[in-house]
Write a protein that binds this ligand. Structure first.
Ligand code: ADP
Ligand code: AMP
Length: 214
């Protein structure tokens, strides 16, 4: 099973991917996570990407498609993939077709998380993750069971993304509208698109995904 989770920043792609990884043993391929790792490691790709990411713009199609190619090459053929945050442009959607063919895979579903844009700024500015294991939280919507302690690994250190501020979020939303939303009709014409209400509670969104995948 290979699926794309599509939706604007803050739609819940990362949150739901983590749950699908736990339930189905799928692999989450998040180009955002890969790029943040490259920035942290100060690789040539990371150095190139950092300023673009800080502005909330998209890094080059070639960089992200190369990252995905390398991940797919390293993955065992039986492991299903959740593409999270990729593809984000028409060129990336074409590259993904080529990469899937190259690695003997095909797309089962493109799941659009349908969200109200007004809610996204609050979701993104309240987002934080465990610095140790990367588990995702939110100041209001997804708090750890014990305040200040990660549910998954017990760490007490958390971090926030430098691009999760209101100004950058507006740019990221504009990029989504201009460059990413237009790839939906391409997948629609292939009959692959399933819409899920991303404004529902986290658990209910997971249930809707289970109904599609299960
Ligand atoms: P994306 O990966 O699409 O950018 P995230 O999964 O990181 O979005 O979600 C953004 C923030 O919103 C996170 O802090 C997460 O806890 C919270 N969140 C995710 N889904 C929901 C939901 N259905 N309702 C309320 N908050 C949510
Ligand atoms: P995300 O973690 O998906 O919110 O992505 C964070 C940032 O990484 C984006 O604002 C872009 O600058 C960059 N990025 C992530 N994925 C892509 C992609 N597929 N294409 C271009 N830029 C990307």
């Amino acid at each position: 099973m290979n699926i794309i989770l599509l939706g604007p920043p803050g739609a819940g792609k990362g949150t739901q991917s983590a749950r699908l990884v736990d339930h189905y043993g799928m692999r989450q391929l998040s180009t955002g996570d890969m790029l943040r790792a490259a920035v942290k490691a100060q690789t040539p790709v990371g150095i190139k990407a950092k300023e673009v990411m800080d502005r909330g713009e998209l890094v080059s199609d070639e960089i992200v498609s190369d990252l995905i190619d390398a991940e797919l090459a390293a993955l065992d053929a039986d492991t299903g993939v959740i593409f999270d945050g990729y593809p984000r442009t028409e060129a990336q959607a074409h590259s993904l077709d080529d990469l899937l063919a190259k690695h003997g895979r095909s797309l089962d579903h493109v799941i659009e998380l349908d969200v109200d844009e007004d809610a996204l700024v609050e979701r993104i500015t309240g987002r934080y993750t465990c610095a140790q294991c990367g588990a995702g939280y939110h100041d209001t919507f997804q708090q750890p069971a014990t305040e200040g302690v990660c549910d998954k690994c017990g760490s007490t250190e958390f971090k926030r993304r430098p691009d999760d501020n209101e100004e950058t979020v507006r740019t990221r939303m504009a990029e989504y509208r201009a460059k990413t939303a237009p790839i939906l009709p391409v997948y629609e014409s292939r009959g692959l698109v399933r819409r899920v209400d991303g404004m529902a509670a986290i658990e209910d969104v997971t249930n809707s995904l289970d109904a599609i995948l299960g």
